[in-house]
Design a protein. Structure first.
Length: 258
C-alpha cells in the first residue's frame, strides 16, 4: 500500500498556537478529519516531516511542538503526562479540531495514551508508536541514571545538543517516564487502537509495544529491522499503516493551512 501513497514534496507550514497563555510553535494543515500528532522526548514537529506528504494530504494534521521543547515557549509547569494531556485537550478546543484521530511517538505515545484515558470523548482512534507503558523497564538504564540529582545538570547540557528543551522540561518529563505505569489502566482505554513497535529499537524495548497491545481490541504491528524513530526511518511504511487503520481521509494535492 505504501507505493500507492503520494509522496510529493510538502513543507510543514509553521504557525503559533496560543493555548493556556503559552505560545507553541506547530503546524495545522490539511483537510478532513483532524489528526493530532504528538512528538517524543527531545523531539519536535520535524519528527513528522517525512510523513507529512502522506498524512497532510489526507487529514487535517495538527502537530504542536510541545511546551518546553523545540521553538515553543518553555514555561515553569509540571511537564507531567497529565499536564500535557490537558494542554492538548485545550489545544484541540482552541483550534476547533476535536474530537480527533490521535497519534504519538515514544514519550508522545505515552502522552497520547494518557490523553485518551483522561479525555476519551476527544479521541476517535489512537495510534501508539514505540510507546512507553511502564517506565521501570521501559526507560533504558542510562536515561534513568541521568535523571539522578547529582547528574541532572550534566544530562541537561548533554541533551541540549540534541533537543531544545529546558532543564525543567527535560528532567521533569524524564522523571515522569521513569515512574509511569499504565498497565493497570489499559483495559479502560475504550478506543480503537493501533500499536506500532520496532524490533530493533535500542531506546525502548519492543516488549513495551506488546504491553500497549493489552488495550482491548488493539492491533499490534512490529516493524522488522527498524530503530526507535520509526516516523523518520520508515515514513512510507508507518504512513501506510496509519492510513489503513485511520481510513483513507480526504485526498488533496496541496493541503490548506488553517
Amino acid at each position: 500500500m505504501a507505493s500507492a501513497l503520494a509522496s510529493t514534496p510538502l513543507e510543514m507550514d509553521r504557525i503559533t498556537f496560543h493555548v493556556r497563555g503559552i505560545d507553541a510553535i506547530g503546524a495545522d494543515q490539511g483537510a478532513g478529519q483532524p489528526l493530532l500528532l504528538i512528538h517524543g522526548w527531545g523531539g519536535g514537529i520535524s519528527n513528522w516531516r517525512r510523513m507529512w506528504p502522506y498524512l497532510a494530504t489526507r487529514y487535517r494534521c495538527v502537530a504542536p511542538e510541545l511546551p518546553g521543547w523545540g521553538d515553543s515557549e518553555k514555561p515553569n509547569v509540571p511537564y507531567t503526562f497529565e499536564w500535557y494531556a490537558d494542554w492538548l485537550a485545550e489545544l484541540l478546543k482552541v483550534r476547533d479540531a476535536g474530537p480527533a484521530l490521535v497519534a504519538g511517538h515514544s514519550m508522545g505515545a505515552t502522552i497520547a495514551l494518557v490523553f485518551a484515558l483522561r479525555h476519551p470523548s476527544l479521541v476517535r482512534k489512537l495510534v501508539l508508536l514505540n510507546p512507553i507503558v511502564r517506565g521501570s523497564d521501559g526507560v533504558k538504564r542510562e536515561s534513568r541514571i541521568l535523571s539522578m540529582p547529582g547528574l541532572r545538570r550534566v544530562a541537561y547540557w548533554l541533551t541540549r545538543l540534541v533537543g531544545k528543551g529546558t532543564f525543567a522540561s527535560m528532567i521533569r518529563s524524564l522523571k515522569a517516564l521513569k515512574s509511569v505505569d499504565l498497565t493497570g489502566a489499559l483495559k479502560s482505554a475504550a478506543v480503537p487502537t493501533l500499536v506500532i513497535g520496532s524490533d530493533s529499537d535500542r531506546e525502548i524495548p519492543k516488549e513495551q509495544s506488546e504491553l500497549a497491545a493489552g488495550i482491548p481490541g488493539a492491533r499490534l504491528e512490529m516493524l522488522k529491522g527498524c530503530g526507535h524513530v520509526s516516523p523518520l526511518e520508515r515514513p512510507e511504511e508507518v504512513s501506510s499503516l496509519l492510513v489503513d487503520f485511520l481510513g483513507p481521509g480526504m485526498k488533496t494535492d496541496r493541503p490548506p493551512q488553517w
